[in-house]
Design a binder for this molecule. Structure first.
Ligand SMILES: *Cc1c(COP(=O)(O)O)cnc(C)c1O
Length: 366
């Protein structure tokens, strides 16, 4: 067999590890019902409004969508209060991360700053673009090390990534601290705040820098329809960024990456306050429940501003993960984040949350 050449950094890639699928676990363990609390998806599933819209637009999918999703971009700009020239819609916010690297990387010269135990996409994209990945350590309580990130940046730093609320620790940076960080970064460096879970913080004005978007010159904010809006499988997210960066991104990208159904669904989801508010209420209720109940059965749990919590069980996390799988519950072991002793679990419906606790208590008892 031939061995085709690839760049050296591609040869030793560690692939992205997604959560396990329900179908796979049913098959493996011979189970009828499996509850997945592993990928931070929406506890209420798909909004009925979105379902209807998808059915209505199914007959149009032989057409190409509009390039750059201008209707969605306008709707997002209106909803979040930023100029539409600053909005780029993408095939999930993952596409925006990828494009940021593509348009800014100088292979062999540029670097980016992230912190330990962060979302693997930043490292993956850095590697793929030949960009040095600098990782700043975190303290014992997993504080977001914003000061250390600023110190690690130099004239070749193109981006600093902060996930807020953070995946998987659930911590959020304050809008104030993010604003300070933006102000001290080198002139060619963007502050990228990944707000995949921003919908779940309370109160929002204490956390998101978007409310003062016009005061920043170097801020990029990433958001997604995958979590609070329940559209993970359709792949749609967006970035808010300086107009000049957005223009370069649009000029250089592959066309039509947001498909026609995804755009219609996202437009409908943005207007669907009922589903959105019910999602938030369900998540907040579940989060209270998890934060209260986990310590009662001997687990150490970290405070969370997201739709998941991270906890340390009183026995090996891998064993807890396997035993939960046998009982039909998929959670996320965090070894791939460099946190082998911890588990991340997202909030499901009230009934799923109760069932999960009964199963976990049984596992820890056994
Ligand atoms: C889920 C998630 C995203 C969203 O990814 P999409 O590509 O929009 O589905 C982005 N960043 C983090 C940290 C996430 O956990």
């Amino acid at each position: 067999m031939r061995d085709f050449s690839v760049r050296p950094e591609i040869r030793d890639f560690s692939p992205y590890t997604p959560g396990l699928t329900i179908e796979r676990i049913k098959e493996l363990y011979g189970l009828d019902t499996v509850i997945k609390l592993a990928s931070n998806e929406n506890p209420l599933g798909v909004s009925p409004v979105v379902r209807k819209v998808l059915a209505q637009h199914a007959a149009r999918v032989f057409r190409y969508p509009e390039n750059h999703s201008p209707r969605l971009v306008e709707a997002i700009a209106r909803a979040v209060g930023v100029p539409s020239e600053c909005v780029v819609a993408g095939n999930g916010s993952d596409e925006i991360i990828d494009m940021l690297f593509r348009i800014r990387a100088v292979p062999g010269k540029s670097n980016v700053i992230c912190y330990e135990h962060s979302f693997s996409m930043y490292r993956m994209c850095a590697k793929l673009s030949g960009v040095e990945y600098r990782e700043v350590p975190r303290g014992a309580a997993f504080e977001l090390p914003l000061d250390a990130m600023a110190e690690a940046a130099d004239e070749n730093t193109i981006m600093v990534f902060v996930t807020s609320p953070d995946n998987p620790t659930g911590q959020a940076a304050s809008a104030e601290d993010l604003s300070v960080l933006a102000g001290v970064l080198p002139p060619d460096c963007l502050l990228v705040v990944d707000e995949a879970y921003i919908d779940f913080v309370w109160p929002p004005e204490s956390y998101t820098p978007v409310q003062a978007f016009d005061r920043f010159e170097n801020l990029v904010v990433l958001r997604t329809f995958s979590k609070a809006y329940g559209l993970a499988g359709l792949r749609v997210g967006y970035g808010l960024m300086p107009a000049q960066v957005a223009a370069h991104m649009k000029n250089s990208r592959i066309p039509f990456t947001v498909n026609l159904l995804a755009e219609e669904a996202a437009l409908a989801a943005l207007d669907d306050d009922t589903f959105y508010n019910e999602t938030l209420a369900t998540v907040m209720r579940g989060r209270e429940f998890f934060l209260n109940e986990l310590p009662r059965i001997g687990c150490r749990v970290w405070p969370s501003q997201a739709n998941f919590v991270m906890f340390e069980p009183p026995m090996p996390a891998r064993q807890v993960f396997e035993s939960l799988l046998e009982r039909g519950f998929i959670v996320r072991p965090l070894a791939s984040f460099g946190l082998g002793e911890y588990i991340r679990v997202n909030m499901g419906t009230d009934a799923e949350n109760r069932a999960f606790f009964a199963a976990l208590a049984e596992v820890l008892d056994g």
